[in-house]
Ligand binder design. Structure first.
Ligand SMILES: [Zn+2]
Length: 364
């Protein structure tokens, strides 16, 4: 059963705007044993445009109806919210701008079991800072934690550093921390972006943010909006940052933005999912409608089981893939994962992932 408790102790000194009034938790509560925790990770969730039109036509809960039992059945469920939930006006001059309904959409997300979302993406500011701020209020009201906002801190030396503001959830007596980042080139194209709104995926911010979070929680999930759209394989930057996140103490790297699936890598004691593709989106291209949910079972500090459940997006919402489509997605995952040293084993409806090479291999 999902539960959440928030504990906050303010360390922030300089924060860009009242909306980012943030917090770091400093109470070490590291526990290595206890029951297994099952994570469910989803890719891009876009609740505007064609998805909203379908929701308006078919009613509340439409986008999540085909997968709700899966996402709500995990102990903790995390996705990337690619459309701000706000009534603010669009600020983006790009033809590709999104926004979803406000509290109704957030409640749908919550009812589908989403506990935490990343807001660090290139659409977070489609309705400007006001839209992002409104979205955080809406998520707060619905009880969904969010990561990805930036926190500017002043060190004792007087230097300022930017960190990703972490968010937390308690699950089975373990404290889960989410830190989220967006590749800087994606932030540059976001209208109304000002340094400090969204945490940048650069080495300094990633390493400092995870270092600032790791002693205050048991398990860190690092979420990244990165890479290149429609590319099958991760870029060098994705590999560098994903591995850096694990080196710094993250256990799971949750990647998104390419709109297509990329491979999964077992690296040291952690796991990097480079792109989980679309989860809820209205793109028409076949490859963008082949997706998967990632399930990760952790026992103490160890990865006990990793699997993916193939999905197809039909009518702008995901459903478990039929037998033939599941085999197609599984074959694609097998090919994508092979290069990353990951074995893909089909077990019928789910696809099990295991490392084929020692996990401590050096980065090429
Ligand atoms: Zn994106």
């Amino acid at each position: 059963m999902k539960s959440s408790v928030r504990m906050r102790k303010i360390l922030a000194i300089v924060i860009p705007g009242a909306m980012l009034a943030g917090a770091l938790i400093t109470t070490p509560v590291r526990a290595q044993n206890g029951p297994a925790i099952r994570f469910c990770l989803a890719g891009d969730i876009m609740l505007g445009r064609g998805v909203k039109r379908m929701s308006d036509r078919y009613g509340t809960g439409y986008p999540f109806a085909g997968t709700c039992s899966l996402t709500a059945g995990a102990d903790i469920t995390i996705g990337n919210l690619e459309s701000p939930l706000t009534s603010a006006e669009y600020q983006s001059s790009s033809p590709w701008h999104f926004k979803g309904d406000t509290i109704t959409a957030a409640q749908e997300l919550k009812a589908a079991g989403f506990d935490m979302v990343s807001l660090a993406n290139n659409h977070a500011l489609d309705c400007g800072s006001q839209g992002l701020f409104h979205c955080t209020e809406v998520l707060d009201t619905a009880g969904i934690a969010y990561g990805g906002l930036a926190l500017t801190m002043v060190e004792t030396s007087g230097d300022t550093v930017i960190l990703a503001r972490p968010s937390y959830r308690w699950v089975k007596n373990k404290k889960i921390g989410l830190v989220a980042f967006c590749e800087p080139y994606l932030l540059d194209i976001a209208k109304d972006h000002r340094a400090g709104n969204i945490a940048p995926a650069d080495s300094a911010c990633v390493s400092r943010s995870i270092a600032a979070t790791r002693d205050s929680c048991d398990i860190i999930v690092a979420s990244f909006h990165w890479g290149t759209e429609y590319k099958d394989h991760p870029t060098r930057t994705q590999k560098k940052l994903g591995r850096l996140a694990i080196d710094c103490g993250a256990k799971i790297v949750h990647g998104h933005h390419p709109h297509v699936l990329q491979g999964v890598e077992f690296y040291r004691d952690g796991l990097i999912a480079y792109s989980l593709g679309n989860f809820i989106f209205d793109q028409r291209e076949q490859i963008c409608r082949e997706s998967a949910l990632l399930f990760v079972e952790l026992k103490g500090d160890s990865l006990k089981a990793v699997s993916m459940l193939p999905l197809e997006i039909v009518g702008n919402r995901p459903v478990p893939a039929g037998k033939k489509k599941a085999r197609t997605i599984e074959a694609r995952l097998r090919q994508l994962c092979r290069k990353l040293g990951t074995m893909v084993i089909g077990t019928g409806r789910t696809t099990e992932l295991r490392p084929t090479v020692p996990k401590n291999k050096p980065a090429p």
